[in-house]
Design a protein around this ligand. Structure first.
Ligand code: G
Ligand code: G
Ligand code: MN
Length: 699
């Protein structure tokens, strides 16, 4: 059974007529099913879903009209072509046939050739109609997707046809008087006048149009389209408007503009818009004129982020933006932007003098003297300000901005708010630190990092009691990079986690080996960075792993921390310290005397040892004051029952004074420099005391 073969249901109680018609229809290729009465016709229709019905009128149980009605009531029967066979001249029957839903009629008894043609015509017409319905619904779908509608008006502007979409665009779906002139009354009067004028022109020749206006109802109307003068009708020529709703497009364009030009958090302009504005200022300003660009970077965000998370930082940015804006006394010609991450930039065209820039920087610093607070948090911030001047420091906006930013970044390790002017070496340093950061990746794997060990001695007899492990980096191009330089970079780039873990393991393994070879209880001190201390769980795991791998007892390991690290320590850091202490690990306060040095804090910090900064040691033999300060420090230390280590001991005189005032241990060039492991081994092989004779005293 081919798909293209149409199936015809032929219903007639006259068996002879049936046979004749069936033969004729089959001859031209149709498949024919015959029904001898009305009920059979309805049943067969349901079973076979024929493509066309031919119905006699007079039949048992249901006549042709009834069959037609029954079929039309079926879900599949609404569209099927139905040809009704009526008697010649029976006009009534023709009318009833249409009433009951027939598609067409033919006179009963027409020649079978004519009947075949009739059926063929009906089927073809049905096919066209179906194709039309499909294409219309496709068109409607496409129009809905593209938000396109049409509106046809007559010469006077009266609506002939308006699609639903146009109705909803213009009238929000409410049925209203949809005269073209009425549209003009819905919009602002100037737009209305333009519309009426355009209407006259459109009737002469078609045109493209765009209307972006606000309806009197308050809603925005964004449409565009084409007008085409149309067909002639009794009422004259019509005009067809193809109308496209571009509201979504417009909104997307607006949003894109907002995203491209503004910081979504603070609503301030972003980097791109800032640069555009500054570029504009530079273009319109002669070289004799000046611009100043200030970059303000918020310091102290890391702590807030750690304790209260990202959303606290975001709300801090918003409050900070307001503070900075108020402090700078915002002027109309200013360009002011949030670059993200608490970095604000200001470009002020009329500010010509460096001293005026300093005033602004100081005003902003003052604004942050009071703490900021938000949902459940209060935090203290500082500001590092970088200042760059045009045209002295850069020719174009982008370089000017980058110079101010680099300058601000270079002040980020300061312990209070500060400002700096750009100088070319800021740039050099920034370049070097970038170079360093990329070189630091993989330094460990390439074996460029090593540990050196500076012996620590008991002052009374100069017996070596342990060492301090210090990191060294030797790079092929950069040379020997001092830790003061690369540790901060390792911290910023997050590499410190890996380096710190490595140093702990290496120092523990080395010390365990020396303990085995000497049979003495040597200890080792390892420096811990602020960054490591901010992830106390990892620090704890690293220490556990280092002790396990080396077999070193926890009591032989001392961690060197700074006061600021301990003071900033969050709750989880204190908990980790406690767990480390249970492993036997002890803690030394490094660089003592250079930090807060609050006695109140000192008691709460629970450290075991103070390492007196070498600045206090170096002055010792030259000034009485220095000696009195040292006595005071040692007094505190005794009162708190802490061990003390003097750092940077360089002379016999210093050693004598330190012994005199009861300092227990010392480290310094007088005894030994930081040494490579083999050199330490040679020392240990010679004996464990490092009693310096006069000749070894540094000049
Ligand atoms: O010896 P030297 O100048 O290299 O030490 C300078 C400073 O570098 C030390 O005071 C110490 O704070 C830091 N430092 C040296 N080694 C390490 C280390 O392994 N880890 C950390 N965090 N800091 C170190
Ligand atoms: O971690 P800390 O900041 O304590 O690091 C000690 C630093 O002091 C290291 O850089 C080390 O090289 C240096 N150092 C050690 N002994 C002496 C010394 O006697 N004199 C001077 N000037 N520096 C020293
Ligand atoms: Mn140290």
């Amino acid at each position: 059974m081919s798909k293209n073969r149409a199936r015809i249901l032929f219903a007639d109680d006259d068996a002879a007529a049936l046979l004749v018609a069936q033969a004729a229809l089959e001859e031209v290729g149709y498949e024919v099913t015959c029904a001898g009465d009305g009920d059979a016709a309805v049943r067969l229709f349901q079973e076979q879903k024929p493509d066309c019905l031919v119905l006699d009128i007079m039949m048992p149980n249901k006549n042709g009209f009834e069959v037609c009605q029954a079929v039309r009531a079926l879900p599949d029967g609404k569209d099927v072509p139905v040809l009704m066979l009526t008697s010649l001249d029976d006009v009534d029957a023709v009318a009833r046939a249409y009433d009951s839903g027939a598609t067409d009629f033919a006179t009963k008894g027409i020649s079978s050739r004519l009947l075949v043609e009739r059926v063929r015509f009906l089927l073809r017409e049905h096919e066209f109609r179906r194709a039309l319905v499909v294409s219309r619904s496709r068109l409607r779908m496409v129009q809905n997707i593209a938000r396109v509608g049409h509106w046809e008006v007559d010469r006077k502007g009266r609506t002939v046809l308006m699609s639903g979409l146009v109705q909803s665009m213009l009238y929000q779906g409410r049925p209203t008087n949809s005269h073209f002139g009425h549209l003009a009354t819905l919009v602002r009067s100037s737009d209305g006048r333009r519309l009426l004028n355009a209407f006259r022109e459109w009737q002469e020749s078609g045109a493209q149009f765009r209307l972006e206006t606000r309806l009197r109802s308050g809603a925005h109307l964004y449409i565009q389209g084409t007008t085409t003068p149309g067909r002639k009708s009794k009422r004259g020529r019509t005009l067809t408007l193809a109308v496209q709703d571009i509201t979504t497009l417009r909104q997307a364009q607006r949003a894109a503009h907002r995203l491209a030009n503004f910081d979504t958090l603070t609503g301030l302009p972003n980097r791109q818009r800032f640069l555009d504005t500054v570029t504009g200022h530079i273009r319109t300003r002669g070289p004799s004129n000046h611009l100043v660009l200030l970059c303000f970077r918020l310091l102290g965000l890391e702590r807030l982020q750690q304790s209260f998370g990202h959303s606290a930082c975001e709300s801090a940015f918003v409050s900070a933006a307001q503070l900075v804006l108020a402090a700078i006394g915002h002027e109309e010609t200013d360009a002011f932007a949030h670059l993200g991450g608490g970095e604000f930039v200001l470009c002020r065209p009329r500010c010509n003098s460096p001293s005026a820039a300093v005033d602004i920087a100081e005003e902003v610093a003052r604004a942050f003297e009071a703490p900021l607070s938000g949902d459940g948090w209060t935090a203290h911030f500082m500001v590092s300000t970088g200042i760059a001047l045009w045209p002295a420091d850069a020719q174009d906006a982008k370089t000017l901005l980058e110079n101010a930013r680099t300058t601000a970044a270079s002040g980020m390790s300061a312990s209070e708010s500060s400002y700096r002017f750009f100088t070319p070496d800021v740039h050099q340093r920034a370049r070097r630190s970038m170079l360093m950061e990329s070189a630091l990746h993989g330094a460990l794997e390439r074996g460029e990092l090593t540990l050196v060990y500076q012996p620590r001695v008991r002052l009374e007899d100069c017996l070596i009691v342990g060492t301090e492990a210090l990191m060294r980096w030797q790079h092929a191009e950069l040379g020997a990079v001092p830790p003061d330089e690369f540790i901060p970079i390792a911290e910023e780039s997050g590499l410190i986690g890996t380096l710190g873990a490595w140093a702990l393991r290496e120092a523990c393994c080395q010390t365990a080996a020396w303990r085995r070879s000497t049979g003495r209880g040597l200890t080792v001190s390892v420096n811990v960075s602020a960054h490591q201390f901010r992830t106390p769980r990892k620090l704890l795991e690293d220490v556990q792993a280092a002790l396990a791998a080396s077999g070193l007892p926890g009591s032989a390991l001392e961690l060197e921390l700074t006061e600021s690290m301990l003071i900033e320590a969050a709750e989880d850091a204190r908990a980790a310290l406690q767990e480390l202490r249970q492993l036997g690990v002890s803690f030394a306060l490094d660089d003592f005397g250079t930090g807060y040095s609050s006695l109140g804090y000192l008691r709460q910090l629970h450290v075991d040892c103070l390492k007196i900064d070498r600045s206090f040691v170096s002055d010792l033999s030259n000034s009485d004051d220095a000696e009195r300060v040292m006595m005071a420090i040692l007094g505190i230390s005794t009162a708190l029952r802490l061990r003390t280590v003097a750092e940077g001991v360089e002379s016999q005189a210093q050693l004598v004074l330190l012994r005199l005032h009861g300092c227990q241990e010392g480290q310094g060039y007088l005894f030994a420099k930081p040494l490579a492991p083999v050199a330490v081994e040679e020392l240990l092989a010679k004996g464990l005391t490092l009693d310096p004779d006069e000749s070894s005293v540094a000049a």
